[in-house]
Design a protein around this ligand. Structure first.
Ligand code: NDP
Length: 330
């Protein structure tokens, strides 16, 4: 019987507790593929699951971790072989299916991507769901025709997981990136990732009752929602696009139709969880080739399972900068 370590969230009456326990692979859900996980990462949704927030995990005890990368230990589908290096992100992983904070996961093969040639499990998990979502945002605005010559591109929540990789990727592709952040002490960090300039989150947070304002940004990647997103939409250039992926400020935003009918502004929704595996494979291929980021260590904090509780608290304290990699060999 194979046993392994897993981060374990238990609900005792109304309280949630965290520990690292030993489990058996026999306790994992049924599925075609058993993966020995080498790395996972910490995402906003993992924090929601680990804290028992509604809408993510229905029943406890549970092992979160919406990201996992490692090696196929066994598989009943002949498209994969034992020893293949694979990535599994999104779908139900870490929500109601035991996730990447365990050293083993068992999943359906249509949740799984083969790690592209030359890419590593570590690199893929530094990117993780957050960085993958940043790439989807960039892909969507480019699909609407965005190009560097259009003008500055705003990234909100820029020091976070999605934001920091969006800044790096847009800068790599030649865009002039304006980073919006609530952390005044992270200006140098954001410039080191490639931001041309940094503006304070407060500048974008104030309620503005006018339906439109002077155009300031060609396009935007928004990780936060709320009043900030309402203001971003008012300030996009004609034909500008904003990719929307997050809700850390609020799930709500307000707008009139005017930016859409007078400036042709595009609001683009981004979902990294349920998109088909072929689409995921294409994005991973780009992240491993023409969109490959060379300086990922500068945004990476690496922890083991024992560091997870603290990392999760930092998310809710809004203290996150860059990506937190979870290694099963620490
Ligand atoms: P992080 O916690 O890593 O980063 C969020 C960042 O948002 C913070 O670092 C901070 O950046 C900023 N922020 C924090 N609190 C507030 C606030 N009250 N108002 C405005 N800005 C705030 O999260 P991720 O980057 O991993 O995720 C960002 C969002 O994207 C989340 O809502 C997450 O659920 C969503 N998401 C969606 C996905 C999808 O498929 N659509 C996939 C992955 C994530 P700063 O201090 O620099 O402003």
């Amino acid at each position: 019987m194979t046993t392994f370590n897993a981060f374990w969230v238990e609900k005792n009456e109304s309280e949630l507790t965290h520990s690292v326990i030993e489990r058996s692979v026999d306790d994992l859900p049924e599925g075609e593929m058993l993966i020995k996980v080498e790395y996972s990462s910490v995402n906003y949704k993992d924090a929601l699951s680990a804290k028992g927030m509604p809408g993510v995990t229905r029943s406890y005890p549970h092992t979160p971790g919406i990201d996992a990368a490692g090696v196929v230990a066994s598989c009943t589908n002949s498209d994969f072989a034992e020893g293949d290096q694979v990535i599994c992100i999104g779908f139900d992983l870490g929500m109601n299916t035991a996730g990447g904070y365990g050293e083993y996961i068992r999943v359906p093969t249509n949740w799984v991507t083969k790690i592209p040639e030359g890419f590593s499990s570590r690199e893929s998990m530094v990117i993780g769901t957050a960085g993958f979502t940043a790439a989807l945002c960039v892909e969507k605005i480019e699909r609407m025709g965005a190009k560097p010559a259009d003008g500055p591109v705003l990234v909100t929540g820029a020091t976070g997981g999605v934001g920091s990789i969006a800044v790096m990727l847009l800068a790599k592709l030649g865009y002039e990136v304006v980073a919006s952040s609530g952390k005044p002490d992270k200006v140098d960090f954001l410039k080191s990732l490639g931001a041309a300039s940094v503006i304070g989150r407060d500048e974008l947070s104030e309620e503005n009752k006018r339906p439109m304002a002077a155009p300031v940004w060609a396009h935007a990647v928004d990780c936060v929602g709320g009043e900030i997103l309402s203001n971003v939409i008012k300030c996009l250039y004609p034909l500008g696009s904003v990719a929307i992926c997050g809700l850390v400020a609020s799930p709500n935003f307000s707008t009139t139709v005017l930016p859409f009918i007078l400036r042709g502004v595009n609001v683009l929704g981004v979902d990294s969880v349920e998109i088909p595996i072929d689409y995921k494979n294409r994005i991973w291929d780009r992240l491993a080739t023409d969109w490959r980021l060379s300086d990922l260590d500068s945004v990476t904090n690496e922890i083991g399972l024992s560091g997870l509780s603290e990392a999760i608290d930092q998310i809710f304290a809004g203290q996150v900068s860059g990506r937190t990699l979870v290694s099963h060999s620490i």
